[in-house]
Write a protein that binds this ligand. Structure first.
Ligand code: BES
Ligand code: ZN
Length: 456
């Protein structure tokens, strides 16, 4: 490790510059206008991996964005094979005017790099590429076989990845999957994530009269789709935060007594949490702690809604249509398809007379959980301990990485969720950032992990 650590210290600045090059490419997957940029990020990575010394670097076309694979399988068949998964696509930077520096011009402030994708997931994904590079460039044999799988559609629910891994089972066969796309519990408090929530994302359209109407001439006599939509959405949850869709909780697995006890022992500081978000109170289902609410319980949220007049000034209008994008985060053993159907049935049943509603399903993903007695997780814990000087905590997180459940089902492989980011990195928000210290510690933890695996 000493040679590798020394190499990484010497190359630290170049590694940052290389990450910044990737961060300059606005590879936004949800907006088709950015397709050329997504393709640019993919070919940039392909060329980079070839330069680093990975073998069989391939860019696979899909019905959507390209998937990149690369191999280095020289450790021998008796050594474990680690499949590293990451995503090079990013969320839109909106609202762009709330950024302090341009989202695609990486800017260093307070020891962190600010850019869309800095933490989610380009920066975290890059840690593994640089750790592998260190083995190659120092002439150190990699003690494990490595396969890389990088996709460009994670932020839109990975629609083309499952068919790809089903088709390429042989190519991707592995003993475990390594993913850095989650957060540590806190600064200097490393953690291994053993559970992720799933997702069902839906869009509702409520249609009323055949044109926008004068709100004085018609108001009070014709159902207003925007009013109707608000009333309907207000019925999805009660005032205690309980979701009222019939059947919604049927498959929710409750926390075991031990797990609840473990949750209570996590060093969570609720006042700091509130302060950080500038809120006076937290919110959620009674009888559950904040940490439980955001990771072990399902949730319902409006992600955006529109309809009627939105420009400057006031226009008196009764809109003919109103829309909302909503998401439900799911926990084991909820199924996104079933939940989507329950949601559609519920919306239909509560649509008031005088308007029509339709519901469109966007992407979804299954919740995931990882057995933390798996030897790969133990090796990850040892690697964290050696770099951060602390044993990691074991946590569940509220975000989703849809392919994790499929890796288990299709490849039979457990995922090790080795996050280096922080919840405060502002992923999906303006001013996303990633501490450079954690970028470098991440690279070292990755390299140490590969070395530790043979100890178990
Ligand atoms: N990195 C996140 C997932 C994540 C965030 C895990 C925080 C743990 C903590 C990932 O890139 C992401 O945002 N996924 C989407 C998936 C969705 C579009 C299907 C998400 O969770 O919204
Ligand atoms: Zn994300």
């Amino acid at each position: 490790m000493q040679k590798i650590t020394q190499y990484l210290d010497e190359q630290a600045e170049r590694h940052e510059q290389e990450l910044f090059e990737l961060l300059r490419i606005p590879s936004i997957s949800t907006d088709p206008a950015f397709k050329p940029e997504v393709l640019k990020a993919a070919s940039h990575l392909r060329d980079h991996l070839a330069r680093v010394g990975m073998e069989e670097v391939m860019l696979h076309e899909t019905a959507g964005n390209p998937i990149i694979t690369a191999m280095h399988a020289r450790a021998g068949q008796d050594k474990p094979t680690v499949l590293i998964y990451g995503h090079y696509d990013v969320q839109p930077p909106d609202p762009e005017d709330l950024w302090d520096s341009p989202p695609f011009e990486p800017t260093i402030k307070n020891g962190a790099v600010f850019a869309r994708g800095a933490s989610d997931d380009k920066g975290q994904m890059f840690t593994h590429i640089k750790s592998i590079e260190a083995f190659f460039k120092t002439g150190t044999d990699l003690p494990v076989n490595i396969k890389l799988l990088l996709e460009g559609e994670e932020e839109i629910g990975s629609p083309n990845l499952l068919p790809f891994i089903q088709d390429k089972k042989e190519l991707l066969s592995c003993d475990m999957v390594l993913i850095s796309d989650t957060a540590m519990f806190d600064e200097n408090v490393p953690s291994i994530t053993y559970g992720l929530r799933g997702l069902a994302y839906m869009e509702i359209e409520v249609t009323g009269p055949n044109r926008d109407l004068h709100s004085g001439v018609y108001g009070g006599g014709v159902q207003n789709p925007a009013n109707a939509l608000c009333e309907m959405l207000a019925r999805v949850k009660d005032d205690k935060g309980v979701i009222r869709i019939p059947g919604f909780y049927d498959k929710v697995k409750s926390l075991s007594v031990e797990e609840r006890k473990a949750y209570r022992q996590l060093p969570f500081n609720e006042s700091a949490y509130k302060r950080h978000l500038d809120i006076e109170e937290v919110y959620g289902e009674e009888d559950f702690s904040t940490l439980e609410r955001v990771s072990a319980r399902p949730s319902f949220d409006i992600n955006g809604m529109w309809g009627g007049y939105q420009a400057e000034g006031a226009k008196t209008v009764l809109p003919s249509k109103a829309n909302a994008k909503v998401s439900m985060r799911l926990v084991p053993d909820q199924d996104p398809r079933e939940i989507a159907q329950l949601f559609k049935d519920f919306i239909k049943s509560i649509t008031p007379p005088g308007v029509k509603s339709s519901v469109r399903e966007h992407h979804g993903g299954r919740p995931a959980s990882v057995d933390f007695n798996f030897y790969g997780v133990k090796a990850a814990a040892k690697a964290y301990k050696s770099v951060y000087g602390k044993d990691p905590l074991y946590t569940r997180e509220g975000g989703s990485i849809p392919i994790v459940a499929d890796f288990k089902e299709t490849l039979g492989a457990d995922s090790i969720l080795m996050g280096f980011g922080l919840s405060s990195d502002a992923i999906h928000s303006p001013n996303e950032h990633f501490a450079l210290k954690d970028f470098h510690r991440g690279i070292k933890t990755s390299a140490t992990f590969f070395n530790c695996l043979s100890d178990f």
